[in-house]
Design a protein around this ligand. Structure first.
Ligand SMILES: Nc1ncnc2c1ncn2[C@@H]1O[C@H](COP(=O)(O)OP(=O)(O)O)[C@@H](O)[C@H]1O
Ligand SMILES: [Mg+2]
Ligand SMILES: [Zn+2]
Length: 293
């Protein structure tokens, strides 16, 4: 997911709450996470098993090796330390271009291969990427209250720091508008994390059951063939997709990702078949594929 919005709109806050709605780790998953931490030398002496999903938020000054892994004797980087958990990259455009581009392979494959002259090492890297960014250098482009003082050229340059191929691999593009005082002082509270988590766990349980014996646990890890099997859509949805591909210039990869997201939206609604409303919603989450300006 990538969140885009002005300073103070709550992007960092939302990202940090993510672990509170993630499904619990199974024992096997806990073992996997623990192994990575052990190889990285990041396990405390007192820790025998890591039983919570990792949440990592490296600073944008991090080196390529620190982010994706590397070194003379290859070591796992942050993308592996967030295996089966969350990798939060705040202020995404501030990260080094090379480091960001290096995320592409692991985002597709769930593993990272590091090649040095003498050794090649592979580490798991099935992380959930959560990124946040302002829409422009000053932060207020598109804001309804404050005025942006950046030139179109500056805005374009800023947004171009996130390459098309990287955006292509991000399923959910979310615009986070600034919160007005009234909304903040409103006594009405939203849904609690525990209520949301219940819904997430139910959707996950559906997926676990669906993929039993298929070697995967959740929608995100479907192969192209599995997408064809489990995300069949009707003619109306097909039409929506075709229109989106034409209008947004979506790649085949983006199309498959939209189908996976549609499947997840259906699962969250406890529906067996993917409906056109689910596909339409999934398409909406690709707003950055269009140029913003
Ligand atoms: N939707 C919201 N509901 C409640 N508080 C919020 C909301 N959005 C922002 N805040 C408050 O504003 C602060 C700044 O938000 P932050 O997440 O740092 O914004 P951003 O990362 O978008 O710049 C938060 O710590 C929180 O106290
Ligand atoms: Mg922030
Ligand atoms: Zn601006």
């Amino acid at each position: 997911m990538i969140m885009i919005g002005p300073p103070g709109s709550g992007k960092s806050m939302l990202a940090k709450r993510m672990p509170t709605i993630l499904p619990d780790l199974s024992f096997d998953e806990a073992m996997e996470v623990t192994k990575v931490f052990s190889v990285a030398g990041s396990l405390n002496k007192t820790e025998t098993l890591i039983a919570v999903r990792p949440f990592r938020s490296p600073h944008h000054t991090i080196s390529d090796a620190g982010l994706v892994g590397g070194g003379q004797t290859p070591r796992p980087g942050e993308i592996s330390l967030s295996h089966l958990g969350v990798l939060f990259l705040d202020e995404l455009p501030e990260f080094k271009r090379n480091a960001l581009e290096a995320l592409r392979q692991p985002l597709e494959e769930g593993t990272i291969t590091i090649t040095r002259s003498l050794v090649t090492a592979s580490f798991p890297a099935k992380f959930m990427l959560i990124a946040a960014m302002n829409p422009c250098p000053c932060g207020y482009f598109g804001d309804r209250v404050r005025t942006c003082r950046c030139s179109p050229q500056q805005i374009r340059q800023y947004q171009a720091k996130i390459s098309g191929p990287l955006l292509d691999r991000i399923d959910l593009h979310i615009e986070v508008p600034s919160v007005k005082y009234r909304a903040l002082s409103n006594k009405e509270t939203g849904e609690s994390s525990s209520t949301i988590k219940e819904r997430v766990n139910k959707a996950r349980a559906r997926q676990n059951k669906r993929y039993e014996g298929n070697g995967i646990l959740c929608n995100a890890r479907m192969t192209d063939k599995q997408i064809r099997t489990y995300c069949s859509i009707d003619e109306e949805s097909q039409g929506l997709l075709e229109m989106a591909i034409e209008k947004l210039g979506l790649s085949a990869r983006a199309m498959n990702r939209i189908l996976k997201v549609s499947r997840t939206i259906a699962d969250l609604e406890n529906k067996e078949t993917v409906e056109s409303a689910h596909v339409a919603e999934a398409i909406q989450y690709r707003s950055l594929d269009r140029n913003l300006i």
